[in-house]
Design a protein around this ligand. Structure first.
Ligand SMILES: [Zn+2]
Length: 199
């Protein structure tokens, strides 16, 4: 029969855990992963997570960055709770990952729809109120906002376009410099295009 060594669980303090993580990282020469720690004697990875909330936070306390950009469960919850109040950069700094990771997570779960402060969403809503819900060129009801002048917040520099008409401009097939050129330049091109493909 195997003898149990410690009858009681060792009460680890945060300081002990931090120096333990540092020691393991010096030993292995990298930021330890959750799995790495489970292979080394000492506080269990899940104990550490219980103390710090997330694995990333524990690593951060030890002055380390997580090895991967893979988000852990607690971190995903953190993003879902905070994406409205915090920027991607702030969240990324908190979790110790790159802002892109946060952005991709948000995009995958549609966590952007009513985010405050994104002028593009606001411009689209305002633009649709002024220019209608359909594409201004071909009348398709699926639309995007096009900035005729990049980032402009003047409605005169906006157009409500469907993805096709929009891409004709962004791919520089037709140049549109004013709202008037939507009619004089883009519309004839789109009409001709639809005729060619028999639409
Ligand atoms: Zn269109």
């Amino acid at each position: 029969m195997r003898t149990k060594v410690g009858k009681f669980k060792t009460p680890y303090t945060r300081n002990v855990i931090v120096s333990y993580i540092k020691a393991v990282s010096e030993l292995t020469g990298k930021s330890p992963t959750y799995r790495d720690l489970n292979q080394v004697p000492g506080p269990a990875a899940r104990t550490i997570v219980r103390h710090f909330g997330t694995w990333s936070k524990a690593l951060k306390a030890a002055g380390l960055r997580p090895k991967t950009n893979q988000l852990l469960k607690g971190e995903k919850t953190f993003i879902r709770k905070n994406w409205r109040k915090m920027t991607d950069k702030q969240i990324a700094e908190d979790l110790g990952v790159t802002p892109e990771v946060i952005k991709y997570y948000r995009m995958n779960y549609s966590l952007w729809k009513n985010r405050k402060g994104t002028s593009k969403q606001k411009h689209k809503a305002d633009g649709m109120r002024i220019y209608g819900k359909n594409c201004e060129v071909c009348n398709l009801p699926i639309t995007e906002l096009h900035h005729i002048k990049p980032k402009s917040d003047k409605p005169d520099d906006w157009a409500i376009l469907c993805p096709t008409c929009h891409s004709i401009i962004t791919r520089k097939i037709v140049t549109v410099r004013t709202r008037n050129e939507l009619k004089t330049e883009l519309k004839p091109y789109v009409k001709n295009l639809y005729k060619t493909i028999g639409f």
